[in-house]
Design a protein around this ligand. Structure first.
Ligand code: ZN
Length: 497
């Protein structure tokens, strides 16, 4: 990896800059203080009596009844909540922040620029004030967080094995020179696989995790994926190497996520003792395996492993074939009109065309029905597994996988909104969903001291809602204000239309 080595001093500089910028951002986010009066604070234990919440320099500094007289002199901006519900901002711990979903070289530059400007607002529109990019590095996070109005982004570092997923998407000669190879795992138990890998010392678990931790990563993303589509028979990490990686990661308090969506990957996760399974087990299962799925859910719960079911990964693909998708009001709120038009053009339909070849081609008269029939089994499987986890009070961790590929139906913000609806439709209760969207994700990120609840000393990333999210997830459609690092923004100003 001569490329990555030559960048080391730059990476150090970036780390220093990251810290400096983060400090500057919090200090100057909003100099005017804000008082939210008469708000009923939502927490995992219920809803409070009306309270006043004082926010100064982006932080909640005081909560109590009758704060107005004590701040009257300070020139504080006041929002009367009139008994509405004040919730912590939502956290989506599975996004990918690069680019525009489903774009191609044919996307006109001005439409792309407009879309990139809207994407952070679309996250905020649906209530997401914090996002976790599962495969990234420090520099893109600095760039993202420099935007004037955006959810705060954190990152995980992706750790593939050479030739494995997701590196295998690239042509072989480009794999080791790509950024994803900067942190590949040197798997000592698979010497043949490692034969062509230079710089192996810095890829052994101890040195590798030290390098990852120094980027400010909140987690490590690993993969157990034998392939799909044109990728087949991909190598996967050995159990011993995965265990060694997890041991080193835990010394640095970094949780280890495993991409896995098959029964086999779930068995691997259980043996290795990962912290989080990313994706439901939709390969090789169906809803008719209810007993087997319940048993698997029970094992995962016993092992204390969290799960991101990411139902919208498959439902979103199915929605590519729904003719009414672009007419939905929530889609219009998320996606700028010029981009919506491009998606519906011949050029914008490139991925739909590609996918349709698996179902008889774009001219197949029963395309829609064929797609629905093919996806019924994996969707049914992950739905049944999610139901079983909810009943067993398992560790459901909210992450939407936005986007999971070039899939425009998985548009930022909208995709999380859809995933919330899917959870609710499978019987995950509104309080379970609220906890997964707030405190649980804050804990996962190691940020529970600053995020995840409405409390003094925490960052003022908040939502003011007309309805109570502990009663129904439809409450997330009733957001009136989004408070971003102490700055109140009316929800309507965040919409694309
Ligand atoms: Zn993903």
């Amino acid at each position: 990896m001569p490329l990555s080595r030559s960048f080391t001093p730059r990476l150090l500089l970036v780390a220093v800059l990251t810290y400096a910028l983060a400090c500057a951002q919090y200090a100057f986010a909003d100099t005017a203080a804000l008082l939210i009066e008469n708000a009923r604070i939502v927490s995992t234990t219920g809803v409070s009596e009306p309270r006043d919440v004082l926010i100064e320099a982006g932080t909640i500094t005081e909560i109590g009844p009758g704060l107005r007289p004590s701040v009257a002199e300070k020139g504080v901006r006041i929002i009367d909540a009139e008994g509405r519900f004040l919730s912590p901002g939502l956290i989506d711990s599975h996004v990918h922040l690069m680019g525009v979903p489903g774009e191609s070289d044919a996307l006109p530059a001005e439409v792309r620029d407009q879309a990139l400007a809207q994407i952070p607002k679309s996250y905020l529109y649906f209530g997401f004030t914090t996002v976790l990019d599962l495969i990234s590095a420090d520099e893109p996070m600095v760039q993202w967080n420099n935007q004037a109005l955006a959810p705060t982004a954190f990152h995980c570092v992706g750790v593939p094995i050479p030739g494995g997923y997701p590196m295998a998407w690239l042509p072989q000669e480009e794999q080791l020179a790509s950024p994803i190879a900067d942190y590949y795992l040197y798997d000592e138990n698979q010497p043949a696989l490692m034969a062509a890998t230079p710089g192996s010392e810095q890829h052994k678990p101890k040195a590798l995790v030290e390098r990852i931790a120094s980027t400010g990563a909140r987690c490590i993303k690993t993969f157990y994926e034998t392939g799909f589509g044109r990728l087949r028979n991909l190598p996967v990490p050995s159990l011993e190497s995965m265990k060694a990686l997890i041991r080193e990661a835990h010394k640095h308090h970094l949780p280890v996520f495993l991409h896995g969506n098959s029964r086999k990957s779930y068995e691997f996760a259980l043996e290795a003792g990962v912290d989080l399974l990313v994706h439901g087990p939709w390969h090789g299962v169906s809803a008719s395996d209810a007993e087997a799925l319940e048993a698997l859910a029970e094992k995962v719960v016993q092992a204390g492993i969290g799960v991101q079911p990411t139902m919208q990964v498959i439902v979103g693909e199915r929605e590519l074939f729904s003719p009414d998708f672009f007419a939905r009001p929530e889609v219009k709120a998320a996606v700028p009109s010029a981009l919506r038009q491009w998606y519906q053009s011949e050029a914008g339909q490139w991925f739909v065309q590609n996918m349709s070849h698996g179902f008889g081609g774009p001219d197949e008269p029963h395309l829609h029905d064929k797609v629905h029939a093919a996806m019924a089994k994996p969707i049914g499987g992950v739905q049944a597994f999610t139901r079983a986890l909810a009943v067993a009070n398992g560790d459901l961790v909210f992450g939407s996988d936005t986007p999971s590929g070039p899939v425009y139906t998985q548009f930022p913000g909208l995709n999380g909104h859809q995933e919330i609806q899917h959870w609710a439709s499978q019987g995950v209760t509104p309080p379970q969903i609220f906890a997964a969207l707030t405190v649980r994700n804050a804990e996962l990120l190691g940020l529970a001291e600053t995020l995840g609840s409405v409390a003094e000393g925490k960052r003022a990333d908040l939502l003011l809602l007309t309805d109570n999210p502990l009663e129904s997830v439809d409450a997330y459609d009733s957001i009136a204000w989004v408070i971003v690092k102490g700055v109140p923004v009316e929800r309507s100003k965040l919409a694309a239309n």
